[in-house]
Design a protein around this ligand. Structure first.
Ligand code: NAI
Ligand code: AKG
Length: 432
């Protein structure tokens, strides 16, 4: 790895898509839900219920900017299905977030909670903004404004937000503080991913990466690969990607590539991950400190044993799937691989561990945080790690076994496991 050099932002090349390929996350997820519901023997009415969220709210949030002007931001909160219990899921701050994406993400949260057997349905939120160009004060006012705008439909027994792309424990703290000013019956269980001093859980910050790590450990056993010395590429160096890279480095694997929104670093000898972790900023950016960067798309196509997309959606498509050389892909990001690409990779016998399984460690420890908040009794990091491991190992085994017995790919198997609880609960409630 070369020493830091003057900033040289690499041009971000968008991935190419085939004309016929669907990049629409909502319609893609609906088509798999349809297949899963049918294979489980449920009716068309059940599909009609579960293919869309029960509730989606769009809000407009006026925020006083530092220059004195007022800017109006648009935000969303989507609640997929609350037959099992309150809805749960993160809030992303991103310039390209939109209503359909938030709807799809809330459906995926239901699937994750179904797979890990948490007493929740799925929820998700988003605000169209670019926090990288906003001050601390502007971000605080936006976070508080969002909570005021959605306060009627969220709460510790209704819908519990958490961090996602470009949001963090500080933003969760502001949101919790705003909620506690609005509601008489304050509870830290309104939101998870909080700082430890405000009722956060040990292990939540690293939970998504821990869950991905456990999936990698299970996947290499299936493929007969030794993790020690295995070559790993991680796309994204934020909460999910950076801790994952560190866990892989600590396990003796060789992390040969990492990336962020500006480009990618690649070194066949292995990157110095602790050095990079020390230098990344709070948005998971580090490559702008280097001059010898390649593009994200070039990185994805490099030879490796394990590829972990841990950034954004639609990165592996029908256009590049054929050129992907990894033997195992573990999806830390939500929706990084299109359906067409999933089929191509399955044909190449790549073991693909899907997002709704691989990234479920985050919501699992968020659930632990909510339980600890509700009982007012806090667990050690070891206890959280032990409980998380059991959930992830059992979930991986259940999905792998369904994929083998039904001769379907791991994604469809995960949908079959994840949707069942919501279908059953909706049925028992007499909705269908
Ligand atoms: N934080 C969590 O607990 C969970 C996160 N996830 C998913 O993991 C993924 C990453 O989330 P976090 O690490 O939390 O976000 P983050 O905001 O901490 O980091 C995002 C990373 O992606 C990079 N990135 C952004 N745009 C990019 C682009 N166009 N090309 C390449 N890289 C780009 C950023 O530079 C940064 O390194 C997302 O898909 C998120 O939904 C899934 C489950 C839980
Ligand atoms: O921690 C949570 O509740 C949700 C995490 C999340 O948004 C996700 O898994 O995509």
């Amino acid at each position: 790895m070369k020493a830091p050099a003057p900033v040289n932002r690499h041009h971000i090349k968008k991935p190419e898509y085939k004309q016929s390929e669907s990049m629409d996350l909502l319609s893609s997820t609906q088509s798999i839900i349809k297949d899963a519901i049918k294979r489980l023997g449920y009716t068309e009415e059940m599909y009609e219920l579960l293919k869309e969220p029960l509730r989606v709210i769009t809000v407009r949030i006026p925020v006083r900017m530092d220059d004195g002007s007022i800017k109006i931001f648009t935000g969303y909160r989507s609640q997929h299905n609350d037959a099992v219990g309150p809805t749960k899921g993160g809030v992303r701050f991103h310039p390209e977030v939109n209503e359909d994406e938030v709807k799809a993400l809330s459906i995926w949260m239901s699937l994750k909670c179904g797979i890990t057997n948490l007493p929740y349905g799925g929820g998700k939120g988003g605000i169209i903004c670019d926090p990288r160009n906003m001050s601390f004060g502007e971000l605080e006012r936006l976070s508080r404004g969002y909570v005021r705008a959605i306060s009627q439909i969220v709460g510790p027994t209704k819908d519990i937000p958490a961090p996602d792309v470009y949001t963090n424990s500080q933003i969760m703290a502001w949101m919790m503080d705003e909620y506690s000013r609005l509601r008489e019956f304050d509870s830290p269980g309104f939101i998870t991913g909080k700082p430890l001093v405000l009722g956060g859980s040990q292990g939540r910050e690293t939970a998504t990466a821990r869950g991905v790590t456990i999936c990698i450990e299970e996947a290499v056993k299936k493929k007969g690969i030794d993790l020690q010395g295995a070559h790993i590429i991680v796309q994204g160096f934020g909460n999910a990607g950076s801790f994952l890279a560190k866990f892989m480095y600590d396990a003796g694997a060789k992390v040969i590539g990492i990336s962020d929104a500006n480009g990618a670093l690649y070194d066949l000898e292995g990157l110095d991950i602790p050095y990079l972790l020390d230098r990344r900023d709070s948005f998971g950016t580090v490559t702008n400190l280097f001059s010898d960067v390649i593009t994200n798309q070039e990185l994805l196509e490099k030879e490796c044993d394990i590829l972990v997309p841990a950034a954004i959606s639609n990165q592996i498509t029908a256009q590049n799937a054929d050129r992907i050389k990894a033997k195992i892909i573990v999806e830390a990001a939500n929706g990084p691989t299109t359906l067409e690409a999933t089929k191509i990779l399955d044909g190449k016998e790549v073991l693909l561990v899907p997002d709704i399984l691989a990234s479920a460690g985050g919501v699992t420890v968020s659930y632990f945080e909510w339980v600890q908040n509700n009982q007012g009794y806090y667990w050690s990091e070891e206890e959280v790690a032990r409980k998380l491991r059991k959930v992830m190992v059992d979930s991986f085994a259940a999905i792998y076994s369904i994929s083998q017995s039904h001769k379907v790919d791991m994604r469809l198997a995960a949908y079959m496991v994840g949707i069942r609880k919501h279908a059953e609960a909706s049925h028992y409630r007499g909705w269908i």
